[in-house]
Design a protein around this ligand. Structure first.
Ligand code: AP5
Ligand code: MG
Length: 219
């Protein structure tokens, strides 16, 4: 899943992983978990994340190499938030080639920046399952608790403050947007309009994913 902050990578990546019965690897979630637990990775990543900057390629490539080697990825995986730089994309190609694996599709979601800012300002997350909600477009049933964890109150993300969001957009424009050309040149890019209902975007992604003979289950 490729796209700017707030475009729906997590929301849709989660649904695709369920639909195709494969693992979801969200690098942002892995890092936030590490920060919460105060692990060495968390201590190293915290400052960059809080200010909206990307974490070093070296750290991210090592993390994804390790995570994609775990048993639950055997039937495939959805990557949400990786790669985010050209060196990360090159490292991913190399590590998959080593294992005889390949990327089926790079799904690029696009939404206007005004809409993205609105989404990030309104985002609330479940601290247990990390599902994202939004009063506009993806509301929780009662507005304050997770639908799947009804006693858990929704929280905001530290990097959704105004300044960090500005920095995240700058990082996206400078370091991640070049991946659109990188994957288009390799004929692997599938662009999808990320505006519209969550269900509508999901259907469009599923059409574009082109996962061949795999039979999607109902998400
Ligand atoms: P990460 O967690 O990946 O953040 P991000 O890319 O900024 O993306 P977000 O998670 O904010 O948005 P999203 O696209 O997942 O949208 P969501 O589904 O939540 O990374 C965080 C940080 O970790 C980075 O800044 C960096 O420091 C570090 N990091 C991570 N990976 C890295 C890497 N590879 N290299 C270096 N550093 C890395 O949706 C957003 C909101 O919109 C929600 O409220 C949702 O409910 C709502 N919404 C979703 N779809 C719709 C819709 N169709 N209509 C209306 N609302 C919608
Ligand atoms: Mg996300």
């Amino acid at each position: 899943m490729l796209g700017a902050p707030g475009v729906g990578k997590g929301t849709q990546g989660r649904r695709l992983a369920v639909a195709y019965g494969c693992a979801l690897i969200s690098t942002g979630e892995i890092l936030r978990e590490a920060v919460a637990r105060g692990t060495p990775l968390g201590l190293e990543a915290r400052r960059q994340m809080d200010s909206g900057r990307l974490v070093d390629d070296r750290v991210m490539i090592g993390l994804v190499r390790e995570r994609t080697g775990e048993p639950d990825t055997r039937d495939g995986f959805v990557l949400d938030g990786f790669p985010r730089t050209v060196p990360q994309a090159e490292a991913l190609d190399a590590m998959l080639a080593e294992r005889g694996q390949r990327i089926d599709a790079v799904l690029y979601l696009a939404v206007s920046e005004d809409e993205l800012v609105r989404r990030l300002q309104g985002r609330r997350e479940c601290p247990v399952c990390k599902r994202a909600y939004n009063p506009e477009g993806a509301p929780a049933r009662d507005g304050i608790h997770c639908d799947d964890h009804p006693t858990t109150g929704l929280t905001t993300r530290l990097d959704d403050g105004e300044e960090a969001v500005r920095q995240r957009f700058t990082e996206f424009r400078e370091k991640t947007a070049p991946l659109v050309d990188y994957y288009a040149a390799a004929g692997r890019l599938r662009s999808v309009n990320g505006t519209g209902t969550v269900d509508g975007v999901f259907e469009a992604l599923r059409r574009e994913a082109g996962l061949g003979s795999r039979s999607p289950q109902t998400a």
